[in-house]
Design a protein around this ligand. Structure first.
Ligand code: UN1
Length: 501
């Protein structure tokens, strides 16, 4: 099955799938987390290979930035069409390599398609402002130009959608790019790179979308320190983002960071509990708790706790866990052994600190990295609750007043996503107000995960402050130029300054 899938996606094992970009590093296995077995081996790029890729990205930029943005948009449109044609095989490869349920993988490819569509429209809307000048016969305007070759670092959990958030926008903005995907998902990344390459070859375009497979030490560190990349867009852990932010800032480059979340949902007294239950399940257990938007903390009004918690525990017991390729399974494996260990570790600490595991938390027997999603009842403000563990652990706390709930919700160092379940408009508006949720995403009667691409995606505080995907996130991929044009024959100076000989 794998061989057929790879050849459908245009990947042949010649030179260990390194495609048009020669790789001279060591062999690296891609592991199927469902079985723990090796799917294939790829060859990594070395620092020297990376250097050649950046040369190519620079060369590509010199030509790509000259094309009108709608012409660049046409390339992205064709890529979106090719993703439509390859949606099912690409989703299957994603599930094989990363372990998310097949419906979620199809959703992830759909997210790429949506991003392409959005970027195509945007390619005719990269607009600046015309601003009133204080001087007679002067015009003040702002325009946006391509930035340069950029670096994109992505994580294993959304290995291709997050690349597409960046790549589709960067491409219409006139940037070329080097992508360093997670070492957990090399085949999926290669398949996407292969699809976009084919579109470029057909369009006679070169060196716009480049892929560099490698680890954080050799490739990641070189990339973030590289002055030829004016922007590094990085998605991953807060630890990784802090390193990227520091190194990029030292060379006064720009970084766009989308890091950890510690997302909470408030279940208020007026909530529709049926709807809340479904939303909480998807947000906490979907993608086996490995989304940056995963629901990690549940704040339930004290009056609801006794009625609601047993229902949630019962629902957890009935979650179908198993081979993510089978459509009935709502939860697949974690990505690797280390993720299982991190989950067990957090559960050990939370028990030590006085938390009570109400359901789940165990490891499933057999091959693969399967765990049972856990609900833990914790006293408010337990230290372990402030850390993000990238696994399906849901901490449940109770609250009395909405102010208390909002303080708990905001009382962590991350600020990505948040939600409230309420039918009370006063509560909902308070939650969305300036003194409500401090997160980049605030939802009402929807869980914390599963954002559409039309809005800007990202969060505050240790989540890194970056915004990707929709709205005006494109501006991060361009340089802004303010232009003042004098169409008169006088030279009036701004602020009324006189300077005559
Ligand atoms: C991520 O986990 O890094 O909002 C991205 C969501 C998805 C994207 C998640 N659309 O859950």
């Amino acid at each position: 099955m794998l061989d057929r899938l790879l050849s459908t996606l245009g990947l042949v094992p010649e030179s260990l799938y390194s495609r048009g970009a020669p790789a001279h590093g060591h062999e690296f296995p891609s592991i199927n987390p469902t079985t723990g077995e090796e799917l294939a081996t790829v060859r990594l790029h070395t620092r020297e290979d990376y250097g050649h890729l950046v040369d190519r990205a620079q060369e590509g930029f010199r030509a790509w930035r000259r094309l009108p943005a709608p012409v660049r948009g046409e390339v992205v449109r064709k890529f979106g069409m090719s993703l439509r044609a390859m949606k099912v095989p690409l989703a299957k490869l994603l599930t094989l390599e990363m372990g998310k349920p097949i419906s979620e993988s199809e959703g992830e490819v759909q997210e790429m398609i949506d991003m392409c569509d959005f970027a195509v429209g945007l390619s005719r809307q990269l607009h600046g402002l015309t601003i009133a000048s204080e001087r007679p016969l002067h015009r003040l305007m702002e325009q946006w130009h391509p930035l340069g070759p950029i670096g994109i670092i992505t994580a294993f959990n959304f290995p291709v959608a997050v690349w597409a958030w960046n790549a589709a926008l960067a491409a219409v903005c006139g940037d070329t790019m080097i992508w360093k995907p997670s070492p957990e998902t090399p085949l999926t990344s290669l398949a996407v790179a292969r699809l976009v390459d084919q579109i470029c070859v057909d369009a006679g375009i070169e060196n716009v979308f480049l892929l560099c497979l490698g680890d954080a030490e050799e490739i990641g560190e070189t990339m973030i320190a590289d002055r030829r990349l004016p922007l590094i867009s990085a998605t991953g852990s807060t630890r990784m983002g802090a390193r990227v932010g520091e190194v990029v800032a030292r060379r006064l480059g720009r970084s766009l960071l989308e890091l950890g979340g510690n997302n909470a949902a408030i279940v208020a007294p007026s909530a529709d509990l049926e709807l809340a239950l479904r939303a909480i399940l998807f947000a906490a257990v979907g993608t086996a708790g490995q989304r940056c938007t995963t629901l990690r903390r549940l704040l339930v009004h004290e009056s609801l706790l006794d009625a609601f918690l047993p229902r949630l525990v019962a629902a957890y017991r009935s979650i179908p866990i198993g081979d993510p390729m089978q459509p009935g399974h709502l939860m697949g494996p974690l990505v690797n052994e280390a993720a299982c260990e991190a989950m067990a570790n957090s559960l050990m600490h939370v028990r030590e600190q006085g938390g009570e595991v109400l359901v789940g938390g165990g490891r499933r027997e057999g091959g693969g990295f399967f765990v049972e999603p856990a609900i833990v009842r914790v006293p408010n403000n337990l230290p372990v609750v402030r850390h993000e563990t990238f696994a399906p652990i849901l901490y449940v706390m109770s609250y009395r007043s909405l102010d208390e709930a909002i303080a708990l919700q905001n009382g962590v160092s991350q600020g990505l996503s948040s939600s409230i379940f309420t039918r009370d408009v006063i509560e909902s508006e308070a939650f969305l107000s300036a003194v409500g949720s401090d997160c980049g995403i605030a939802n009402v009667n929807i869980g914390t995960s599963g954002a559409e691409i039309g809005g800007a995606f990202g969060g505050e505080k240790e989540t890194g402050g970056g915004r990707e995907a929709g709205s005006d996130a494109w501006k991060a991929y361009m340089r802004r130029q303010t232009c003042t044009i004098n169409y008169g024959s006088e030279l009036p100076l701004a602020q009324g300054v006189e300077f005559h000989l």
